[in-house]
Design a binder for this molecule. Structure first.
Ligand SMILES: [Zn+2]
Length: 492
């Protein structure tokens, strides 16, 4: 109430910045928002090649001052000197964008795979995540991560439980998140030695015990059920070629789910909220990471143009996803009224190729409808805005390297991975070349990545990074190699 009462109720709810300027000129005292006023004179001198959108305060000011609006203003003020080139003097290209400092980022990532300092002890149950984040990011930067194969295999073998799945460390309960991270890390280093670490029969039994009567998956036996579970389980089942039939002695089987994907699309659909985004579970707040988990899961259950519109309200979903990109920052926020953060470059940015495929369908050269043709061209979000945010605001300026949430934060392995994934999907255009036959759950669609060339390119061509599969978030050839290996193992 105290924040709300600061607004004079006779004043309009929102104002254009030029109106505030006129009001300020007409009166000695500012209308209300002091930050908005100080912001007016804070239009940075910009290089002509940087569009005003990225160097100026937002045109519309919400006159209701809240803790959220203060933080938002602080974030804009924090980002503008980076976006305008002021913080990168002499290091920008003609578009006002600095280089991607690959060398420093590679060095940072190799360090994350070595001995970590004592203050990281609290992150011990997340160890498999560090393997995945670092190996995935190194791969995107063009590094050969097979050099880590032996070490990874020796490290993760003891953290696999005989009852199936992987914990965060030795002796810890199996968890879908750490199992997902471990499986992806093994697929990244590749090779038979890595593939055969996974006990697929035990994994199948464990997955059957996580499958719930309502169609979803628990993260851990007896633990929480959410949309991460739906995505992690689908990725594991699909990549490892786990048989879909549920075990006759499982609770899911007794509830009528004869296969692991039964009822899952419906369960995920129930997580879409009144805002149009997707929540962790039905009935709570929509969040960018859960939107990606939902769309990724649905794109495994069936081809995206069939399954996403089947379970999601598309116009509402697109409206909510579009509202996540901010100006002048250019990056994405994860929730309504929250701040931009580099990791949503993937969680929200990674939704767009799946949405694009859902709208366009397979681009197999057949005659296209007018709607499909419209969806084929252009981009559903500002790719250059996102690339600008990533390269200007998310690169750690210190010798440490790595990528970060925003300029006031330090880099970490998590952000380095997901900021780079977001950069990759902004630099490339993914097309669904051919969809699996209708009704083949867990089947494979054919995707193709091409450099995105429809707009002016603001980054240097040398800074183009590798591609990552829009559903599995490891390179496409690593997904195909895993499928090929496990397809040769009939049953278990
Ligand atoms: Zn983040």
């Amino acid at each position: 109430m105290s924040l709300r009462s600061r607004r004079n109720k006779t004043q309009p709810r929102v104002l254009f910045r030029h109106q505030i300027k006129a009001m300020a000129a007409a009166a000695d005292s500012p209308p209300t928002r002091s930050q908005a006023l100080s912001g007016m004179s804070q239009v940075y001198a910009s290089e002509p090649a940087i569009p005003d959108l990225f160097t100026s305060q937002p045109l519309i000011v919400d006159m209701l001052e809240t803790e959220s609006s203060q933080l938002q203003q602080k974030t804009i003020d924090e980002c503008l000197p980076f976006l305008s080139g002021e913080q990168h003097a002499g290091k920008c290209n003609q578009h006002g964008v600095p280089r991607l400092d690959k060398q420093r980022h590679v060095k940072f990532l190799h360090k994350q795979l070595g001995r970590l300092p004592p203050q990281m002890a609290a992150a011990d149950p997340s160890r498999p995540w560090f393997f995945y984040w670092s190996l995935a990011a190194l791969t995107l930067l063009g590094e050969d991560v097979s050099i880590y194969r032996e070490r990874l295999v020796e490290t993760v073998r003891p953290i696999q439980n005989v009852s199936g799945g992987f914990g965060g460390g030795f002796g810890q309960d199996s968890h879908l998140a750490t199992t997902y991270a471990t499986v992806l890390a093994l697929m990244l280093v590749g090779g038979e030695e890595a593939y055969k670490v996974v006990d697929r029969r035990a994994m199948w039994e464990w997955l059957c015990s996580l499958k719930q009567a309502d169609g979803g998956f628990q993260m851990v036996v007896g633990g929480e059920e959410d949309v991460r579970g739906a995505y992690c389980a689908s990725v594991i089942i699909s990549l490892l070629g786990i048989p879909l039939e549920t075990s006759p002695d499982s609770a899911a089987y007794a509830a009528g789910h004869k296969d692991l994907f039964s009822g899952l699309g419906e369960w995920v659909g129930r997580c879409q909220t009144y805002e149009g985004g997707v929540a962790a579970i039905p009935g709570i707040e929509a969040h960018g990471a859960y939107a990606f988990c939902a769309l990724g899961c649905l794109s495994i259950l069936d081809a995206p143009h069939r399954s996403i519109p089947k379970y999601m309200n598309m116009p509402q979903l697109i409206a909510w996803l579009s509202s996540r990109q901010y100006a002048p920052e250019g990056g994405f926020s994860g929730r309504t009224n929250k701040l931009v953060d580099g990791c949503y470059s993937h969680w929200v940015g990674g939704c767009w190729p799946l949405i694009q495929a859902a709208l366009s369908g397979p681009n197999s050269g057949k005659a296209r409808s007018a709607d499909q043709q419209a969806a084929d061209t252009g981009s559903l979000f500002s790719r250059n805005g996102l690339i600008r945010y990533i390269l200007c605001c998310c690169q750690d300026q210190t010798l440490r390297g790595g990528l970060r949430d925003k300029p006031s934060k330090y880099s970490d392995a998590y952000h380095t991975c997901y900021v780079l994934s977001g950069l990759s999907s902004a630099q490339h255009k993914w097309t669904l070349r051919a969809a699996r036959p209708t009704g083949s759950a867990g089947g494979a669609d054919e995707w193709e990545a091409m450099p995105y060339v429809e707009d002016e390119q603001v980054f240097n061509e040398d800074d183009r990074i590798g591609t990552t599969h829009p559903v599995y978030v490891i390179p496409q050839h690593k997904v195909e190699a895993a499928w090929e290996y496990y397809a040769s193992k009939m049953g278990f």
